[in-house]
Design a binder for this molecule. Structure first.
Ligand code: NAP
Length: 253
């Protein structure tokens, strides 16, 4: 009997969870779902959970060899550039097929007032010299970039607390986990008299309500572009189809 396929899903996104849940339902494969360990109580899809970094591309390749991974799925966030680069390098080193899924970015709608910027430092600069009231909805890892523009009034929303040393002076904080709906986002923006939203072009529905709310209120959105990544499939269904094709291909045992 051939050993069952071992699929390693690098996760941390809605798509990763959905895809892993579909794979976990199959009896003919072993599934490992991997998280960086940034979130204290993550929603889990099934399969075996492993948490924490692998130790770079070499560490990931070593783990994959030791655990006899036969298929690697990179379903990490569009802004998680390091793990995606590691996944590509480890897949090449171990000659394990790699399937990458990345949801498409958002597109500008009529009424959107976006300023597109390449990174967080540019986002902080794009806020300009005039004091603004800013919602930072970018997660917690890159908030420190806005310490370079301390003349604005910031409200920082994140799932986990921001390190106090990373906050711009006087910043307010909100801990909340999406998905958020548009009426609630409009209320938040109004209640805090926000005039500018800083967001990452994450794509997908779960984080979009703030963009729609900003459009409805004619607010500026400073939109941080995605880092470049490898070619990717746009949906869970497309990724599952490709995964099926790999699983159906004999592995030369
Ligand atoms: P990153 O900068 O690309 O990764 C930093 C390091 O974290 C990686 O080098 C790796 O450590 C470890 N890592 C990342 N994802 C991992 C995973 N799924 N399993 C095991 N180790 C992982 O990533 P990030 O931006 O910090 O994001 C971390 C996680 O949060 C990702 O899983 C991502 O999908 C999720 N996430 C990120 C964002 C975002 O905006 N960046 C938003 C929502 C969710 P080693 O090199 O030691 O292996």
């Amino acid at each position: 009997m051939p050993t069952p396929a071992h699929v390693l899903v690098l996760g941390g996104t809605t798509e990763a969870r959905a895809l892993a849940a579909r794979l976990a339902a199959r009896a003919d494969l072993r599934l490992t779902y991997s998280l960086a360990g940034r979130t204290a109580a993550p929603a889990l899809p099934g399969g075996t959970l492993r948490t924490g970094g692998f130790g770079g591309a070499d560490g990931l390749a070593g783990w994959m060899s030791a655990q006899r991974v036969t298929l690697l799925v990179d379903a990490t966030h569009p802004f998680a550039a390091r793990i995606s680069a590691n996944a590509a390098a480890a897949a090449a080193a171990t000659r394990v097929p790699l399937v990458t899924i990345r949801r498409p970015g958002w597109t500008r709608e009529p009424g959107d007032r976006w300023t597109l910027v390449p990174d967080m430092a540019a986002a902080a600069a794009a806020l300009g010299p005039r004091p603004a009231r800013v919602l930072l909805a970018i997660g917690r890892q890159e908030v420190a970039a806005f310490r370079a523009a301390p003349h604005h009034r910031y409200l920082v929303r994140s799932i986990e607390p921001v390190a106090p040393g990373d906050l711009p002076p006087g910043a307010g904080t909100i801990l909340a986990r999406g998905p958020f709906d548009e009426p609630a986002e409009r209320a938040l923006l109004r209640d805090h008299a926000i005039d500018t939203v800083v967001a990452k072009d994450s794509g997908g529905a779960a984080a979009y309500a703030k963009i729609a709310a900003a459009r409805a209120l004619s607010l500026t959105v400073v939109m941080v572009a995605r880092p470049p990544g490898p070619p990717a499939l746009p949906t869970v269904e497309a990724a599952l189809e490709t995964i099926e094709a790999h699983l159906a291909t004999p592995r030369g045992e």
